[in-house]
Design a protein around this ligand. Sequence first.
Ligand SMILES: CSC[C@H]1O[C@@H](n2cnc3c(O)ncnc32)[C@H](O)[C@@H]1O
Ligand SMILES: [Zn+2]
Length: 429
Amino acid sequence: MTTLEIVGGRVLRPDMTVEHGDVLADRETGEIRAVGDVPDGDESLDASGGLVIPGLVNAHTHVAMTLLRGYADDEPLETWLQEDIWPVEATLEPADVRAGVELGLVEMIETGTTGFCDMYFDVPETVAAVEEAGLRARVGHGIVTVGKDEDEARADLEEGLRVAREFDGAADGRVSTAFMPHSLTTVDAAELDAFVPEAREADVPVHLHANETTGEVEPIVDDHEKRPLEYAVDHGLLEPEDFVAHGVHLDEREVDLLAERGAGVVHCPASNMKLASGIAPVQTLLDAGVTVGLGTDGAASNNDLDMFDELRDAAMVGKLGAGDASAVDAPSAVGMATAGSAAVAGFDAGRIEPGANADLAVLDLDATHLTPHHDLVSHLAYAASGTDVRHTVCDGEVLMRDREVLTLDVDEVRETAERHAAAVVERAE
Ligand SMILES: CSC[C@H]1O[C@@H](n2cnc3c(O)ncnc32)[C@H](O)[C@@H]1O
Ligand SMILES: [Zn+2]
């Protein structure tokens, strides 16, 4: 069966208008073939009483950290990482990562996310799980060299390059890669100078955490007498396909630098609030023309992977940060979670139009908390949640039909994750 029709619903168009219409997806190419009045498809998904939206894109996460959900809360970033998270991550085995990734993939499919960018360890496990689950992903090995001897540091950097080269284009093209130094304070300048050119040679973008906390900004300003993003440019970063996570503490010059260079920012509002990192200047970034996507960060600092929560948090905290109720309005928040995140991730997705990837979610509108239907974009930003998702489609394939995940065994994934989570914590204590 080569085509899939999604029929009887309303469709969110790229200009944020909503119209009654159907969508026809081509499974051979994985693309949307037609929108509106479409020819019959070979297989059908019922969207009556529903809204077809682009599948949401989680542009920055550490999916396997679902295993550490609820393990360490209520701490600031540096304490949380150094005293709780990194010690337990040091004990992770590939099978633990696989269990955590599968748990996260189920959660994403259930909540209408069809693509994500992931920085973590044991990338081959993530790639294998993504291949099975049917999602789209940009993955990379998170490189941390601080505190390592020269050989260990080099091995980590080499692993970052190796996975970027090996897995780009895996899973029939649904997997792409990036070179992923963890941050500007956990990988040093000489290492960036030596390895970033290799990433360019391999034609993969670079993704890193940047300007997340004042504790991360200040040492760079003190040691190098420049802002972190100026320092990043000096070391070969912020090319147009590159993207940074967070961008909370940015000055005017750094915002201009991002806009001029075309590098993207992934806003992670829930993580920034939970770790009390600060409020990113999202409306300022959007006004400057910076491409902004949305991400959950890991499930240990969020504590879920539901992008509808992220949408709402982005809109809410964007207003609070700007002191302006019109900042980060509903279309901007929805745009960040769809087209913005897709652009940052380098996916030809995030919009419902012919030629785009057929990555879609169908939301049930027939719910008390979504009544009445004055403005469905408003509902997406302020009222909907992941539990409203009825169907999820990626690359033209149905991953969830009528709330039943088809590509992974949900009960088995949850049991396996429970087992691995308990074992990991026991090992670390
Ligand atoms: C080296 S793989 C990725 C690495 O990042 C850690 N991490 C999770 N959340 C954050 C965050 O908000 N800022 C910085 N680093 C974070 C994760 O635990 C892994 O060690
Ligand atoms: Zn992160």
